[in-house]
Design a protein around this ligand. Sequence first.
Ligand SMILES: [Zn+2]
Ligand SMILES: [Zn+2]
Length: 178
Amino acid sequence: MRKYLVSINDLPPDGKEFTLEDQEIWLAPLKEFHMDCRIEKPLVARLTVMPAEDGCLVRGSLTGEVVVPCNRCAEDAAVAIDTRFDEFEDIPPEENTAGAAPDDASHVVYDRHAPMLDLAAVCWEQFMLSLPVAPLCKEECKGLCPVCGANLNEGECGCEREHDDPRMAPLRDLARRQ
Ligand SMILES: [Zn+2]
Ligand SMILES: [Zn+2]
């Protein structure tokens, strides 16, 4: 994937604005991490990068819409992405970035000894942060029958089931662990 690198040392004092709408910024890592997620409305990131002492400030927004599997029934769940962020990126010492893990918290990389902010990495992180932990196709999704696997949103399957609410499952797991 093409890199979106910005030289931190060359930022004008009042910052610089960027609009990123190349879907590859998100499609490439989605594919790399085998994530079941499809972009329904193009993702657009608008960033302002301002120089700061020992780093830079990144302020911006990310909007769009994606479809992920529902946490209860695995059918499509639409997720509107509409997030704002305001982050400080510090410049790590150059020797620390060599061989740094890809999930390293810093989005600053070095190019010919100049610190560069990787805008694509910022966009990806903000996207991941904006995804809900337990997306639902609809608030009242009934989930799947634990006996036969039928989608209970489409009707009763007739299985004998304990009367348990799938929404309580995380709480039960928690109770069991204690
Ligand atoms: Zn569902
Ligand atoms: Zn059933």
